[in-house]
Write a protein that binds this ligand. Structure first.
Ligand SMILES: C[S@@+](CC[C@H](N)C(=O)[O-])C[C@H]1O[C@@H](n2cnc3c(N)ncnc32)[C@H](O)[C@@H]1O
Length: 292
């Protein structure tokens, strides 16, 4: 998604230290490695790490380092090294969505799990077992932007235990109807539950605080977000770091000199690149740069 833009904005050059915090199947990583960078790749999904290891083999020698870790732990993984670029391409990968046994999909029936890292945290089915109605409604409203949150929460909680993606999709569809058929009626419910069990906003908030401090002078932080809450968090964090809205003296000069700048004021938009792909359409790419 926005692959060429993201790679160009990482400004890769031979020998640069570049972190890909969301390896997925290694699409961005491959493009970055072609520029001769030293790539530190992370993914919280062990299957992603295994797939990238199988894809690249020894082709890049010690120019490629792989870590099974969430991107909130980039500072630990870097262990004092400074990055010339850090890339985050948020959300889930197609293989995660398409593999029924991972439990992300309402199209293929599977266990109701949705954890990107199946070795930590709890699956959606367990989260539903202990959640209360108010908490569930809040998750559906905020993370799913679901207008029928109350009805859905009530129906799903009444149907507990809910153990498979098919069961959940059916309860939601029976409750709210099939809609206009453009998107599955359970799309927003699945998105909200995925975001909550993976603490996706918490992961992003930690990275937005920690990653800028890991950048070398001139280093860049490139983030691609698909959810409006995530993009807003990125926009606000980047603007604050670049000194937007900070107090100024009478001549309009900032009182505290910012250590970062916005490479571009506006987000690059997925819909400008690929208007036909529904997932690409909502993508927003933003870039922050550490000043020399
Ligand atoms: C959209 S895909 C990335 C696709 C990748 N850029 C490519 O070219 O193939 C998102 C990936 O990020 C991973 N991911 C999501 N949140 C993460 C986190 N907090 N820490 C580490 N990896 C994460 C997911 O497991 C998934 O593999």
């Amino acid at each position: 998604m926005l692959l060429d833009d993201a790679v160009e904005l990482c400004a890769p050059r031979a020998g640069a230290l570049v972190v890909d915090g969301t390896l997925g199947r290694g699409g961005h990583a491959a493009a970055l490695l072609e520029h001769g960078v030293h790539l530190v790749g992370l993914d919280r999904d062990p299957e992603a790490i295994a797939a990238v290891r199988a894809r690249f083999g020894d082709a890049f020698g010690d120019r490629l380092e792989l870590h099974h870790a969430p991107f909130s732990r980039i500072p630990d993984v870097l262990a004092g090294r400074r990055a010339d670029a850090v890339l985050l391409d948020l959300g889930v990968s197609s293989p995660q969505l398409e593999t029924a046994s991972r439990g992300f999909s309402f199209r293929n029936d599977g266990p109701l799990d949705m954890r990107m890292d199946p070795s930590s945290g709890e699956p959606v089915s367990a989260w539903l077992d202990h959640t209360d109605e108010a908490g569930f409604v809040d998750v559906l409203f905020r993370l799913g932007e679901e207008r029928q949150a109350r009805r859905i929460a009530r129906a799903v909680l009444a149907a507990r235990p809910v153990r498979t993606t098919g069961e959940l999709a059916d309860v939601v569809a029976r409750t709210v109807g099939r809609g206009d058929g453009r998107i599955h009626p359970a799309t927003r419910t699945f998105q909200a539950l995925r975001m909550v069990v993976n603490d996706e906003l918490g992961q992003l908030a930690t990275a937005l605080q920690a990653v800028p401090e890991c950048l070398a002078p001139g280093g860049r932080f490139v983030v691609i977000a698909f959810h409006s809450l995530e993009d807003r968090a990125v926009k606000q964090a980047f603007r604050a770091l670049a000194g937007d809205g900070a107090p100024t003296d009478m001549r309009g000069h900032p009182l505290v000199v910012p250590r970062f700048r916005l490479v571009e004021r506006r987000a690059r938009k997925g819909e400008d690149r690929d208007p036909t792909n529904p997932r690409a359409r909502s993508a927003r790419l933003r870039v922050l740069e550490r000043l020399p």
